[in-house]
Ligand binder design. Structure first.
Ligand code: ADE
Length: 343
């Protein structure tokens, strides 16, 4: 039987993906951007963000010159904003320390903020044809099934074992088709639930398929219930404008524009007057919203306060009052965007 790699390389031209916007280039900047956007995010979601980002920042130099606020604006809604902050920081480092040239070696790429070994390897493969192994969540699943690896991939011991397997499988030629095939197989046929084993080019050698229990791999770490936090968000409106404040750089939504939080136990109307001198004519609570972070769930209680046009309205440093249409275009996280759209 032909090798694992050979079967994937043969499968790729007919069954893999070929028309993704980052496949038509060898520009390491574009490939880097795509790989960072594709961390934790599906292809279909990434494509419009990728196009908009490149239209505004076509190269490394333009990104390095940009303000973080503008970068976050283009990332708004994509989530995991540390990716955008790291991208921006890495662009500045590349321009200052590397003369604006993207490093070619996986080890050097890996030293940039926001780039782990697998992302660095994917960039080195697609931009420079390097013979490097990738191991993202999807690839871990493919390998755990094919080789019936029983451990939990999130645990170091099992992860190291999977890296060894991934390295040993690398073909000596066609590394790009091979890597793309592995990604495509993991994203599509070898899905987490109900994998399409009948269509898989690896089905004859796959040990999970042979035992008929692909679903049992990979084992997941026993999940603890995520803690939940509740917060009241203040949608303070006055004459078609809404008040936003910039979150501190560290912590959730760092650097993004959000609604101010109402401290617990505070009456919204009193708070608006005390903090901004706003006289609130009407208060309404909107249905609560849940937002999932990796480590906790945030329950958001939106409280709309309409300030009378005549009331004074002093915003503090780090706060802006924006027309609703402009606010929806600003660097805001998804739940804020959704609430703005509903106003
Ligand atoms: N997921 C991560 N990198 C990818 C890529 N280059 N193409 C498709 N899906 C991916």
């Amino acid at each position: 039987m032909s090798t694992f790699a050979t079967r994937l390389i043969r499968w790729q031209p007919r069954h893999g993906r070929h028309d993704l916007p980052w496949q038509a280039t060898r520009d390491p900047y574009r490939i880097w951007l795509s790989e960072v956007m594709l961390q934790q995010t599906r292809v279909a979601t990434v494509i419009p963000y990728y196009r908009r980002f490149l239209a505004r920042f076509p190269d490394l130099a333009s990104l390095a010159r940009a303000s973080l606020d503008e970068v976050l604006m283009l990332w708004s809604g994509l989530g995991y904003y540390s990716r955008a902050r790291n991208l921006h920081a890495a662009a500045a480092m590349l321009v200052e320390a590397h003369g604006g040239r993207f490093p070619r070696e996986r080890e050097a790429i890996e030293t940039l903020p926001g780039i782990g070994r697998s992302t660095a390897a994917a960039i080195a493969v697609f931009a420079f044809g390097a013979r490097e192994a990738i191991l993202d969540g999807n690839v871990k699943r493919v390998l755990a099934r094919h080789f019936a690896v029983r451990g939990v991939p999130a645990e170091k011991r099992t992860e190291n074992r999977l890296w060894k397997i991934a390295e040993a499988l690398l073909p000596s030629r066609n590394i790009q088709s091979y890597t793309q095939a592995l990604m495509d197989l993991g994203a599509d046929l070898c899905a987490r639930s109900r994998p399409a084993c009948g269509k898989c080019p690896l089905k004859k050698s796959c040990r999970a398929n042979a035992s008929g229990n692909a679903d049992a791999y990979p084992r997941s770490r026993p999940r603890k219930a995520l803690p939940a936090r509740t917060t009241s968000m203040l949608l303070l409106l006055r004459e078609g404008e809404v008040l936003l404040e910039k979150r501190p750089p560290a912590g959730i939504w760092g650097g993004l524009w959000c609604f101010p939080e109402i401290p617990s136990g505070e009456d919204a109307r009193d708070y608006c007057f005390r903090r901004w001198g706003a006289r609130v004519a009407g208060v309404a609570q909107l249905p609560p919203l849940r937002h999932g972070f990796t480590h906790f769930t945030l329950n958001i209680i939106p409280v709309v306060c309409r300030a009378s046009p005549a009331s004074s309205f002093v915003s503090e440093p780090g706060q802006v009052s924006l027309p609703l249409e402009d606010a929806a275009e600003a660097a805001v996280p998804a739940p804020v965007k959704r609430l703005l759209a509903g106003l």
